[in-house]
Design a protein. Sequence first.
Length: 400
Amino acid sequence: MPPRSSKRSAAQAAAAQADVEKKSKIAAGWQDVGEAVVYKGKALAPLLVYHTPNCREDAKKIYAFDMDWTVLKPKSGRKFPTGATDWEFILPEVPKKLKQLHTDGHRIVLFTNQGGMEKGNTTPLEIKTKITTGNNHFRKPSVFLWRHFAEQCCAAPPSPEQCVFVGDAAGRAKNWRAGAPKDFNASDRMFAENIGIPFQTPEEFFLGQAPVSSFDYGAFDPKPLRAQLAAPPPTIDPSKTQEMIVMVGCPASGKSTLSKHKFEKEHGYTRINRDEMGTASKCSKAAAAALAAGQSVVIDNTNGSPAARSEWIKLAQKHKVPCRCILMETPRDLAEHMNLFRQNTTQGRQRRVPAVGYNVFFKNYQEPTSAEGFASVLTYPFVPQFASDEERDMFFHWTC
């Protein structure tokens, strides 16, 4: 029979643990975060969170880690694990270091992108730590993953100087260490920079190695565009008589912003958008009806090829109205940045356009000319415009 003091110690420990759980902001265990989206017939929340009963929400020092190839690696030697048991610590020093951090009273957090769940390659039961389940607004390097942690999982907002993020996606070139492959991207380094906290690689943190002096973000850098913020947007006057405008530009190049605010809201044009109307047939019928009613129309689609544009030119000619073209000059890398920025600022309500959408557009793209039947072809440069200071700040974050 154990001594009475042991019973008291156990009871005290249990009482202390119960007190910790009582004060916890969220219940221990798994939690789905965000509005579920259906992927391949199954509902999947954009973020999964595991909250331990004694996670020390009031800890001042926070050590945050990526998971794959930072803390763990496949035991099989493959690039990706074959199952739930195919893992081991990436370095012998990892468990020792993590245990010491825990013993010292620090907070340990794992942040990981697991896009395979969206693709159906991994199930929620196989991997549920903070897990983004697809390419949504929680995906690193977006700050929403950190924001959820800071606002929902901490007793008080963490101080940046008391935090560090460790990850292997650091933008290092091939042979940064003898025989080492190139990092697949720099999303972990970007994540830390977007948040505003220090960053280290696993080798720096667990082994004490010196930082690699040369690295490449390998992504569009929006910061040089700060100089354009003061520039007023260029002026494109609406027609004094009925007309049709055909927008041309890749996804997220600014077509809808210009069409909505300049032509639809300010001047009453009927805006035609296939993403909203659903089919090409509905777009054609709506445009024809508007023209027949004497309204001006703006075609807010990508319209990258002469074939796509010819339908609208013919419709304008049928109704005897002039047809202008507005070509968005937004470069592809900036448009892809805007694509992710748009997803983040809507918190996932507007999903990103996949890379294949850009590939198809540019494969078929031919620059519009007046020879196609346009009365004129105008160009419109990209000018940053934001609805709030928060949007402005987020625009200058890294995306990938």
